[in-house]
Design a protein around this ligand. Structure first.
Ligand code: KMH
Ligand code: ZN
Length: 276
């Protein structure tokens, strides 16, 4: 069975360049419903302000969590990564919006012409606060050494809330690991040092989307797709919608005899307990 996460928006893609990008709450909710209907069980969320610029405004984040919870059964995973310019304090405050999940990036990485900063003490703080608040982390891995850091984190600071470890390999970022089957295989080998039962999903940025998707399915991994990671469906063909990417991922998963799982099954897999 395959867990499919959709990452519909991100912090980098420009709405004016990609009109299909969901940036308002209405667009996000519509996208979420469409993606759930074609096989997504988790939504990784970045939000935008009224000018379609990335924001970590807490009021908006709370409204987003609540709207997605009311309109869909999806697991809402807020990004604590934000944009490369976001301060640590705002990234930590994301947790106050009380999502079921949040991302937790396992190290600093060059990010195109920028740097995505993730100091060790900040990572420990995110991990600890998530556990205190009953939020399940998805550990974001941009490079092989981030898996070693995850081992160090779990050894020194214990398992996350729910006890299950789930990582997401974000591959093909300029500055991070390559989006190739061999890089994915190296990660799978390194994951042997993580707790038994650790699960992983993978996503390939830009043109690495398909090789990473196929390699992840072949290696027993789960999938993340969405316009945060790719805005081209095929050469010269812009992505029409996030649901188009989820539907393709679901079709590949069915072909691999590992059909998409429901949000309820995903909650069980990830150790997410019901919130009151
Ligand atoms: N926007 C990137 C700088 C995450 O969501 O946790 C960070 C990112 C990772 O997208
Ligand atoms: Zn993200």
């Amino acid at each position: 069975m395959t867990l499919i996460t959709v990452a519909p928006t991100g912090a980098e893609v420009d709405k004016s360049a990609v009109p299909a990008l969901p940036v308002t709450l209405d667009e996000l909710v519509r996208t979420a419903k469409e993606c759930e209907s074609v096989g997504a069980s988790v939504i990784h969320v970045h939000i935008r302000d009224d000018d379609a610029r990335p924001t970590l405004d807490l009021g908006r984040l709370r409204a987003t969590v609540s709207a997605l919870r009311e309109s869909t059964g999806l697991i809402v995973q807020l990004s604590s990564g934000g944009a490369v310019t976001d301060p640590e304090s705002d990234r930590l405050a994301v947790l106050e919006a009380e999502p079921e999940m949040a991302s937790c990036t396992m190290g600093t990485v060059n990010f195109g012409d920028d740097v995505f900063h993730n100091r060790w003490a900040f990572i420990v703080e995110l991990h600890t606060r998530m556990r205190d608040r009953g939020i399940v982390p998805e550990y974001e891995i941009f490079d092989l050494g981030h898996l070693t850091s995850l081992r160090r984190l779990l050894d020194g600071h214990g398992l996350p809330h729910g006890g299950h470890v789930h990582v997401d390999l974000v591959m093909g970022v300029p500055g991070g690991m390559a989006g190739t089957a061999s890089a994915l295989t190296a990660c799978v080998a390194a994951m042997r040092d993580l707790p038994d039962g650790t699960t992983f999903s993978a996503t390939g940025i830009g043109r690495t989307t398909l090789p990473v998707l196929l390699a992840s399915l072949a290696a027993g991994g789960h999938l993340r797709v969405g316009m945060e990671d790719t805005v081209t469906y095929a050469k010269g063909q812009p992505v029409e919608s996030n649901a188009q990417l989820v539907a393709r991922a679901a079709a590949f998963a069915r072909l691999a005899q590992r059909p998409p799982i429901t949000p309820a099954a995903a909650r069980e897999l990830l150790g997410i307990t019901a919130r009151s």
